[in-house]
Design a binder for this molecule. Sequence first.
Ligand code: HEM
Length: 404
Amino acid sequence: MATKHNTVEDCPVYEGDLVSPEALRDPFPHYRRIRDLGPVVRLKHPDVYAIGRFTDVQQALRLPEVLVSTRGIGFNDIVNTPLEQPPVIQSGGERHKKLRRVITKPLTPAALKEHREMLKALISSRLDSIVDQGEIDAVTTIARHLPLEAISRLVGLPEEGRANMLRWASASFNSAGPLNADGTMDPQLAGDFEIFREFNAYFREINPAHLRPGSWTDMLFQAAKAGVLSPEEARAGMSALVLPSLDTTIYAKGNLLYNLGCNPDQWALLRDNPALISSAVLEGVRYSATVRWFSRVAAQEYEVGEYVIPQGGRVMLLYGSANRDERHYPDPDRFDVTRNPVDQLGWGTGPHMCGGMHLAKLEMEVLLEAMIERVARIEVGSPVIGTNRGLYGFDSLPISLHSK
Ligand code: HEM
């Protein structure tokens, strides 16, 4: 049997800085070094125990009573300050179950079915206008199309809120990340904390009568009227529909398009065999490493391999690293549309597994269907990679789509 060590003394230490601009733009070599150092690695910055191997991340996410999200899932004290009415991802037990049930009601495969045709028509007509039209930016023109034109309407905020959703999403993920190694904030991060306060105030103060009737956020307040949630819980639930519903899928789609463009053999396989769409979507999410990390706190000592994380230690879960773990996936850095990685952890796993994954899947599926119907060849240029501290992805991506 392996000897357990006290983590503080014996846990391997990783000296690299995951939030330097270089690491944010190319986290993959860091992830590999962390995985190779051990099943759990103490980071110099931020002050956390990082878990990067597939099996260990999977297990950690499935033990919500031991690794709790109720003490915050971010990486700085501002976002981890306990709230009277925490959002769903920071809730535990019965409160989490109740909030999650209401939030995900419109996001089940059955509920989303009614939007499939509309989403397919929207993305199809967008593609009709750009195929054979030369180089365009895939992020603003393709990846953002459904989130901005359709999903934001389904979420249901009034116009001024809807117009702010992308700004709020980006700021919410960035401000949940670690501060700089020297504890300072650059102007972008400082500005994002201001935006963090702005959207929290917006959710606190919004008049539910101004939400689009029948929309997803309106449903929260209907649940409150029916006595399923308290009005405060309905407000707390709003962030789960507003903040993660746009940028995440935009980044995942940008990445998918890039990989299909860089791997013409994979595009040809998919184009000639649409039955691979679902597998390609999963591979896209596995490969894209969109949500970089969230954290948990160990409510008691927690063993990972031969190491023990002390009670109260903050644990960083590296989803993108787990999905590139060579101990789990053969040749993990190869983008392979036939891989069908049904267990990939890009959406997490366990009770907090992504509440919007069926929506993300649907958006990516209709995009691929519409592409297969129209596009013979995809040409991509060099992406501009973003430096958001919560999300990895491209801010722009030159692309040309050539017709069949
Ligand atoms: C490709 C796109 C997306 C990715 C990669 C992604 C990834 C994730 C991850 C990693 C988690 C955390 C799981 C955990 O810590 O256990 C999460 C949670 C969540 N996501 Fe997503 N997400 C995506 C799209 C969406 C969309 C479109 C929505 C729509 C509303 C959404 C709503 C949520 C919610 C509500 C939670 C919290 C669930 C809970 O605490 O029970 N996500 N997502």
